[in-house]
Design a protein around this ligand. Structure first.
Ligand code: FMN
Length: 340
């Protein structure tokens, strides 16, 4: 029997790499690919509580779960009123949530300035009431994802995390930036280390993990229980399995790309599936001299046309070629007579 890396209340978590929730990216198809490489738990994209309390609408889809199962599955929601958050959580808990997570990190002004997302961090009483209510009334663990605080002068993540833990939170995830930093500057790993010392629930460290070495460095530096990976996992699900993209061959990349395409087509259907895939394709091929192909993919409207272009690209680029080497090649197709 494998040993769990940590528990979220009574839920065992096997593994220590976790795909960050990312609106427009961490959907059912991409999560399926990341899970295959070892992502230990899956977060949905965040959903506003108001959207969950009215009639069915497209945001509900964000809480879909892959038919093959994704346990443990974390549903992430955000709001600015404890009772509304509770009602929304009660409504969705039977839709397949193993854990309910409260987003307290979103920095978008239309959310944070209304007191939701990172705006919750300015309201310790709201945080206490939300976690007290949810942990009392839900039968699944409740967790939260934070930033350092509102701005450099107001970094209250330790105070908020303690309030969360004292009121029943089963895990705290910390993105080591303030709201005012958005995604700029460097994530503060010292803060993640301090948080781990300060609370007796599992801590996920998040921010600026780009390589396999970063995963291990963040763990060793902070003693966090798990590492949450966001932007660097886009087009690079291998990172969740501690596989460096640079070591892969082009053929290994396109094999996963194709698998992702079929997950997207199955889930979204052709039109939306192809649009969705284009977003990811840019990431899978980023840094490679394949701009003409990328332009071509933007214009395809049918699956056979997409497949044809994929085959054309695979013919132009030798599949055994390691990515590190491919980076140094100025463009494809190669000029006649060029040697690799
Ligand atoms: C496109 C995008 C969408 C995001 N959406 C969410 C979200 O829905 N919920 C959330 O908690 N964080 C969201 N985030 C923040 C990430 O989860 C993560 O905290 C942040 O990107 C820092 O991690 P990284 O340096 O590994 O990217 C989003 C980030 C990006 C880039």
């Amino acid at each position: 029997m494998p040993t769990p890396n940590f528990h979220v209340r009574d839920l065992p978590i096997y593994g220590d790499t976790i795909l960050s929730p990312m609106a427009a990216y961490s959907d059912v198809p991409f999560r399926a690919i990341c899970r295959q490489f070892g992502a230990a738990m899956n977060y949905t994209e965040f959903v506003p509580t108001e959207a969950l309390l009215c009639k069915p609408n497209p945001l509900w889809r964000r809480l879909d779960v892959h038919p093959a199962g994704e346990q443990p599955m974390v549903f992430q929601i955000f709001g600015n009123d404890a009772h509304t958050i509770l009602r929304a959580a009660q409504r969705i808990v039977d839709w397949g949530a193993d854990i309910i997570d409260i987003n307290m990190g979103c920095s978008a002004p239309q959310i944070s300035k209304k007191g939701a997302g990172v705006g919750m961090m300015r309201q310790p009483k709201l945080v206490a009431e939300t976690f007290r209510l949810l942990s009392r009334h839900l039968n699944v663990p409740v967790t939260g994802k934070l930033r350092l605080g509102w701005d450099e002068a107001n970094q209250n993540y330790l105070e908020i995390a303690k309030i969360m833990a004292d009121n029943g939170a089963a895990l705290v995830a910390l993105h080591g930036r303030t709201r005012s930093q958005k995604y700029r500057g460097q994530a503060d790993w010292d803060a993640i280390a301090k948080l781990k010392q300060a609370v007796n629930v599992p801590v996920l460290g998040n921010g600026d993990v780009r390589t396999v070495a970063d995963i291990d460095r963040l763990k060793a530096y902070t003693h966090c229980d798990g590492v949450m990976i966001g932007r660097a996992a886009l087009g690079n699900p291998w990172l969740l399995g501690r596989i460096e993209r640079e070591q892969l061959t082009f053929g290994e990349i396109t094999a996963v790309l194709r698998q992702h395409l079929y997950e997207a087509l199955t889930y979204y259907g052709t039109t939306v599936g192809l649009q969705n895939m284009n977003r990811h394709l840019k990431k899978y091929l980023s840094g490679l001299a394949l701009k003409p192909f990328l332009r071509g993919f933007r214009n395809v409207e049918t699956v056979p046309a997409f497949e044809d272009l994929l085959c054309e690209m695979e013919t132009a680029v030798p599949s055994h070629l390691p990515i590190a080497k491919l980076r140094k090649i100025p463009h494809f197709p190669l000029p006649v007579g060029a040697k690799l």
